[in-house]
Ligand binder design. Structure first.
Ligand SMILES: [Fe+2]
Length: 206
């Protein structure tokens, strides 16, 4: 399993995930410009199966159309709540804990509302966790935009993210931290939004 982190726009991250054996690939969050992701897929002779949208915000989804044009057979994946807000047709609406295979890779979707009502994280082979705007390195996604909910964010972090294994590598949706990715174990120890273990403390974080 290979994950390639691609910085696009100012501080957005897109990802390519692929199975080297079966040559199957997916893109997470095309963001503003998917050209580098599409070129990398071509150069590595990969078959692009899916585009996964972690949440509906424009800075994560703008370039879906370019991918659809390059690979018309690609399937778009999102949660129902966020997927319905996209201009493009979503092919697969996923629910919490749903699993999917990509070549030999196991994917599991985790519904983590808070930043948006239908935000998802993607667990990959029990090795990596793509977190969109739910969890950043050192912070979490904002909850003051339309559809954001601080109670739901606290619950998602405490009940969905914190129980996951320490060895996972967290790959966030933006380059906001002191490094572009980190282990979940480090984040459980250092990230103020995971350390706060009650809603009152959590809501006081600036
Ligand atoms: Fe966002």
């Amino acid at each position: 399993m290979t994950i390639k982190q691609i910085k696009t726009g100012f501080d957005n991250f897109s990802y390519i995930v692929y199975c080297s054996d079966k040559k199957d690939a997916l893109i997470v969050d095309p963001s503003y410009d998917a050209s580098e992701a599409i070129d990398s897929i071509k150069q590595n002779n990969l078959n692009l199966n899916y585009v996964i949208i972690t949440h509906f915000h424009f800075d994560h989804t703008k370039d879906i159309a370019r991918i659809k044009k390059a690979v018309p057979s690609v399937k778009i994946i999102a949660s129902e709540l966020d997927g319905k807000k996209l201009n493009e047709k979503v092919d697969i609406f996923v629910i919490d804990k749903q699993r999917l295979k990509l070549g030999n890779i196991d994917l599991q979707f985790i519904l983590t509302p808070g930043h948006t009502p239908g935000g998802i994280c993607i667990l990959i082979d029990n090795e990596a966790l793509i977190t969109g705007d739910t969890l950043f390195i050192g912070d979490c996604g904002r909850t003051d935009l339309p559809g954001g909910d601080i109670n739901q964010m606290f619950k998602s972090l405490q009940e969905k993210i914190k129980p996951l294994p320490d060895n996972l590598i967290v790959y966030p949706g933006h380059d906001y931290g002191e490094k572009p990715f980190d282990t979940l174990g480090n984040q459980k120890r250092k990230n103020k939004t995971l350390i706060a273990n009650n809603l009152e403390d959590f809501s006081k974080i600036p």
